[in-house]
Design a protein around this ligand. Structure first.
Ligand code: HEM
Length: 386
């Protein structure tokens, strides 16, 4: 249940807000220099921020109406949509309207236990459709293509993570563990299929110029918060940790988790925290005694486990060498924008982000690296048991 005012704001976000953003995007896209935002469509930008602010002012006045977590989280998403669009249109961050939006976002974020900005759950797993349409920034087909496939991808990872979580109480030698490993593998293979479809259907320039800019880092109150990305859900890390490809005591990986926690919904934060304290399936397989390795279950379940690792590695390879390369790296190089400070959702320059993502790729694919510890050797050892 939400208050009438919350519903009116939601309705504005689903209609007029989308119209204004779409009009602005078509003005930007019609230019030779499509990244040129300043001085273009100024009256539309002003309408966006002043109309949005009227709702925000009233909502601030209405105060904490305690309509429950989901309602508060949804409202935070709507304020976040407004702030991210203002950032995308490069409006002055000292604009009084943004101060009020910050105040409302901080009140909501702090009370809910999440970052005070919109996160990927608002776009993907918790984006309620009305009459077939979920919330988007624009009416552009490419935004819908991107979000449809992102949401499918996220649910694919979640399905795989849930199957792996069910293995924990059963142990690696349980006969039904085989079924669960196969379920995880199938779900990850679906992610790969889904990413291939995204790769083929998404228009590079539209995504680069008109969709991604809404996911930039921006300020709320005094602090800068990184943008939303499709990775802000626990499932992907649950898979990393339970398979054992990434480890919570690895400083690079734990930093990534620390930075990510508050971008997830609280129930996801709990799941992930719990996983950080578990023994991975890889370590369980490695700990099987010489004698037990002769048992029938061992090779069957181990082989299925290694297939899941391979499928997870494939999703990482694909994300890196197809999606990031085609939709970010290549256009940034082609249009000579790679050195722009705001190229990435998380803030660092593109080459720094790419090096960090390469590390993640190498962990997930258990590749050999001299400078960091991956599970390359352990995977080889397990393979030798087959
Ligand atoms: C993170 C690009 C689609 C899953 C990222 C990041 C980039 C990126 C650049 C790093 C964010 C930052 O810190 O700036 C892309 C592009 C896509 C795409 C260009 C398609 C056009 C997807 C899809 C999924 C996905 C469909 C599947 C759910 C992730 C995950 C992360 C992430 C899990 C967090 C880092 C990690 O754990 O791997 N993506 N992405 N991405 N993306 Fe994507």
């Amino acid at each position: 249940m939400s208050t009438p005012l919350v519903n009116e704001f939601d309705n504005w976000i689903r209609t007029r807000f989308v119209d204004l953003n779409t009009e602005l995007e078509s003005l930007y896209f019609a230019q030779d220099k499509k990244e040129q935002i300043q001085g273009v469509g100024e009256e539309l930008k002003l309408a966006l921020i002043t109309e949005g602010d009227q709702f925000v002012q009233q909502l601030l006045h209405e105060g904490n109406t305690d309509e429950g977590f989901d309602s508060g989280f949804d409202l935070l998403g709507n304020v976040g949509f407004l702030m991210s669009a203002s950032r995308r249109h490069e409006m002055d961050e000292k604009h009084p309207a943004l101060k009020s939006a910050s105040a409302l976002a901080m009140q909501l974020g702090a009370s809910l236990g999440v970052v005070p900005r919109f996160a990927s759950a608002h776009l993907e797993t918790h984006n309620r459709a009305q009459n077939g349409k979920y919330k988007t920034f624009t009416h552009l087909d490419d935004e819908k293509v991107f979000l449809d496939y992102n949401t499918r991808g996220v649910f694919g990872f979640i399905r795989a993570s849930e199957a792996l979580l069910h293995i924990l109480p059963l142990g690696v030698s349980h006969p039904v563990t085989l079924d669960l490993l196969n379920t995880a593998k199938d779900a990850l293979e679906k992610v790969v299929e889904n990413n291939t479809a995204l790769f083929n259907e998404l228009d590079v320039d539209r995504f680069f110029y008109n969709v991604r800019p809404y996911y930039k880092t921006h300020k709320v109150g005094r602090h800068e918060y990184r943008g939303a990305n499709a990775g802000d859900f626990a499932g992907i890390n649950v898979i990393d940790l339970l398979l054992g490809l990434c480890r919570g005591n690895d400083p690079y990986y734990s930093q990534l988790l620390v930075d990510k926690f508050l971008f997830m919904r609280p129930e996801e934060q709990l799941t992930l925290r719990d996983c950080m304290r578990r023994t991975s399936l890889m370590d369980e397989f490695l700990a099987v005694s010489d004698e037990e390795r002769e048992s029938q279950w061992f090779k069957i379940n181990l082989s299925a486990f290694l297939d899941v690792c391979e499928a997870h590695g494939e999703t990482a390879r694909q994300h890196h060498s197809q999606l990031i390369s085609r939709f970010i790296e290549s256009p940034a190089a082609k249009y000579e924008l790679a050195h722009r400070q705001d190229m990435t959702a998380s803030g660092p320059p593109l080459e720094v982000l790419l090096a960090a993502l390469q590390k993640l790729h190498d962990l997930r694919t258990a590749s050999y690296r001299e400078d960091i510890q991956t599970r390359h050797q352990d995977v080889q050892t397990l393979r030798s048991y087959l």
